[in-house]
Ligand binder design. Structure first.
Ligand code: FE2
Length: 284
């Protein structure tokens, strides 16, 4: 079994936490997979996996105390190597609740509801709320909002290829490895009625590059899907972290610098979320 290394860490931000607390949830905040494996899903009505895609390997287990110590931090981490969990302030959560978005049952309903007055007000407030944490001059913008069907081990669809990516690293910025510390990160808010799950490998691209013993010339080249998949082939028992994000919570994560995806496998209802890509610091 690959020992989990210390690199990308999780931080529970204190902002908004005192206003609204999550009701006791029996599901652990973090679970670890037995590693990764080639992805397969032949269930009718689901978009198939792209060829060569990877998914987490079951069973899931709770981390040991030593692993938890490596995964969590007590101080706000830097954006390129940290994940922040943020609880929305109660007034914004109330606006979203009034919009009815959590009860949407189809992606089309989400698309309709997001144009409604209540939802637009909530989104404006959301942008306002994250403005102080935005490190660029440009204000935060909504980069996507939608609903994904439940029951998917990994949920992201590669629209160009028309199949599910599996565990992947985003490449919206197209930066070479040497500049990945300056890449954008992502806020993703759970607007649904149940917990959703963020999957990730707690290693930066640079860690993976070193573990694969890649030639130094690769330092100045864009990252490739082949390198991501090569890591999962070479380290098939390196665990994937499954981080639970409760309704009314958001995560901030460096998705251009880490292997990740979302999972709706444990969900029963539509996975409704809103995303904002940008340069965000992780709040205290
Ligand atoms: Fe992604």
């Amino acid at each position: 079994m690959s020992q989990i290394r210390q690199s990308i860490v999780i931080y529970q931000c204190q902002t908004g936490k005192l206003e609204t607390t999550e009701t006791d949830c029996p599901i652990p905040r973090v679970l670890l997979s037995a590693g990764t494996q080639l992805a397969a899903d032949n269930v009718r009505g689901r978009i198939p996996y792209c060829e060569g895609a990877f998914m987490p390997k079951e069973p899931w287990r709770e981390p040991t105390p030593a692993e938890s110590k490596l995964l969590w931090t007590q101080e706000a981490p830097p954006p390129h190597s940290g994940i922040g969990i943020v609880r929305l302030p109660s007034d914004i959560a109330a606006l979203f609740a009034a919009s009815g978005i959590a009860s949407a049952t189809t992606p089309l309903q989400v698309a309709e509801l997001k144009e409604g007055e209540k939802c637009r007000q909530a989104l404006d407030k959301l942008i306002e709320y994250f403005k102080p944490f935005c490190l660029s001059d440009a204000p935060p913008t909504i980069s996507g909002m939608g609903g994904r069907q439940p029951g998917l081990s990994t949920a992201t669809i590669d629209n160009k290829r028309g199949c599910r990516n599996g565990l992947h690293i985003d490449n919206w910025d197209g930066l070479p490895l040497a500049q990945k510390q300056q890449a954008t990160n992502r806020i993703c808010v759970n607007l649904g009625r149940e917990s959703r799950y963020f999957l990730f490998v707690n290693l930066t691209e640079m860690d993976i590059f070193e573990m694969l013993e890649c030639p130094k010339s690769g330092f100045y080249k864009p990252w490739t899907r082949q390198l991501t998949n090569e890591f999962m082939k070479r380290y098939p028992d390196y665990p994937v972290v499954k981080l639970r994000i409760a309704p009314g919570e958001a995560y901030i994560a460096p998705t251009e610098n880490m292997i990740h995806d979302a999972s709706t496998a444990e969900m029963q209802y539509l996975d409704v979320k809103v995303m904002m890509r940008g340069y965000y610091r992780i709040p205290e």
